[in-house]
Write a protein that binds this ligand. Structure first.
Ligand code: SAH
Ligand code: SF4
Ligand code: F3S
Length: 438
């Protein structure tokens, strides 16, 4: 096998996967393999995959069929599909050179070295236990202003529809000392915003009672780090969001007032079948508590429509809850059965057309709510972290503390700074304004 000079990486799925791709890329760049943006000029192709819904997996399978012709390249599958499909992938795609699981990110070099010596043996590394070395591996990030930091990997919740516990394993909190160290490292490099990642950040520390540090304690520690202006976090499972966390959001200057807090459904019957372990009433109580402690907090959700046996009445409950809460961000998905989950034993009996109708109804309600919200923001002043130019290069772009997108005219030197923007208008989920001179 010739020397590997170039690689192409494509990421599917969530922010944790984006971060994992940065961990993979950093290892490749450390051995002087250069990133390219086109598959056909790459010696190595990595697909960092997602299994959350069937559509996500189909995209990757399509790519693998496409690559059948590329005989002179090394092709690897990393991420969640390596965990959910395992050997099945290697059997089906003989031109696939390796699979690397979510707990084996740091095995990439060994796998590549093996393949360089002998290309015609397929390799696999798919351990189920957490790779400790990750705690101290600081990836180079693509973005220069904001960075994600993993604080807890895996998930112990076993929501009945979800494949993540299979693809990411048990919850393992990252050593808080290494989280603090990486945050300081990023601050020294000039980063202004960090997002703490976990399937459920609120369970940070619960697997390590001897540390005596919970998620809110971690926020207090990170808030002290000079140079960082903003701290975000996601995702929060409604069952264990605490008052302490709400007080931390209220009291800590850098912690932003936005909570991604997925309800999934408004029907208690469906929530029970989803094994979410809360009721819609409990969810609303937590939302009200958050709003009473942090009045300007914004709230994001994920919703699944068309879970097995979801009736019109169940859906109406979701619609009503959605209307009541007036979510600020919402990701709405049609239910997709996932292998070896509890829900996969139930018949996927809501027809796709009905799923799509329900999805569209929620989306149009969401857009209406947003319009009203944006209308109310006109005339307000918002603190914006300037992140970059927008696509056409005419405006600078950033986000408010509460996660709304804002564009405005200004000097590119302002990228990386906090600016106060007078909000004057909005279109397509983006606020428009001018830098405030007062
Ligand atoms: N840990 C996060 C969610 C991670 S997955 C949490 O619990 O909130 C992101 C979203 O994908 C989920 O919130 C859910 O809305 C959606 N999702 C997960 N499994 C799904 C499935 N089988 N079909 C459709 N959507 C699904
Ligand atoms: Fe999946 Fe539930 Fe875990 Fe979220 S909390 S990752 S939805 S099992
Ligand atoms: Fe997908 Fe895995 Fe993330 S299934 S959503 S990439 S944890």
């Amino acid at each position: 096998m010739k020397k590997l000079n170039t690689y192409y990486i494509r990421t599917y799925g969530c922010q944790m996967n984006e971060l994992d791709s940065e961990i993979l890329s950093t290892q490749l760049e450390n051995r002087d393999i250069k990133k390219v943006e086109k598959e056909d000029i790459a010696d190595l192709i990595i697909l960092n995959t997602c299994s959350i819904r069937d559509a996500a997996e189909q995209k990757v399978l399509g790519k693998l069929y496409e690559y059948k012709k590329s005989k002179d390249k090394i092709i690897g599958i990393c991420g969640c599909m390596a965990m959910s499909k395992k050997e099945e992938l290697l059997k089906k795609f003989k031109h696939l050179d390796f699979i690397l699981g979510t707990n084996n990110l740091l095995d990439l070099n060994n796998v590549l070295d093996d393949l360089i010596i002998k290309k015609n043996i397929q390799r696999k590394k798919i351990d189920t236990t957490y790779e400790k070395g990750l705690d101290n591996f600081f990836a180079k990030r693509v973005n220069k202003i904001k960075a994600s930091i993993s604080i807890i990997r895996g998930c112990n919740n076993y929501c009945s529809y979800c494949i993540v516990p299979q693809t990411r394993g048990k919850e393992v909190s990252r050593d808080y000392k290494s989280i603090i160290k990486e945050t300081k490292h990023l601050a020294n490099l000039g980063y202004k915003e960090i997002t703490l990642l976990g399937q459920n950040v609120n369970s940070y520390g619960l697997d390590k009672p001897e540390w005596k540090i919970h998620f809110s304690d971690l926020l207090y520690e990170l808030d002290k780090i000079e140079g960082i202006d903003r701290i975000r976090f996601m995702t929060s499972h409604p069952k264990d969001i605490t008052k302490e966390l709400m007080y931390a959001i209220r009291d800590l200057k850098k912690v932003c007032e936005f909570v991604h807090f997925p309800v999934q459904s408004g029907s208690d019957e469906i929530l029970k079948k989803m094994r979410r372990t809360y009721t819609s009433e409990y969810y609303l109580t937590q939302v009200n508590l958050l709003k009473s402690i942090v009045p300007n907090a914004t709230i994001g959700t994920d919703i699944i429509v068309g879970f097995p046996n979801e009736t019109d009445e169940d859906f109406n409950q979701t619609y009503k809850l959605f209307d009541k809460v007036s979510f600020d961000t919402a990701f709405i998905f049609a239910y997709s059965p996932r292998q070896k989950t509890y829900a996969a034993r139930l018949e996927d009996n809501v027809p796709n057309e009905i799923k799509q109708i329900r999805l569209k109804k929620l989306l149009s309600l969401f857009h209406e709510t947003l319009k009203k919200k944006y209308q109310n923001l006109i005339g307000s002043k918002q603190e914006v972290l300037v992140e970059r130019h927008n696509k056409d290069g005419l405006f600078l772009k950033g986000r408010t503390r509460t996660f709304e997108k804002v564009i405005f005219k200004g000097d590119p030197k302002l990228i990386g700074s906090l600016q106060i923007i007078n909000i004057e208008d909005f279109s397509h989920q983006t606020l428009k304004g001018h830098i405030s001179l007062t």
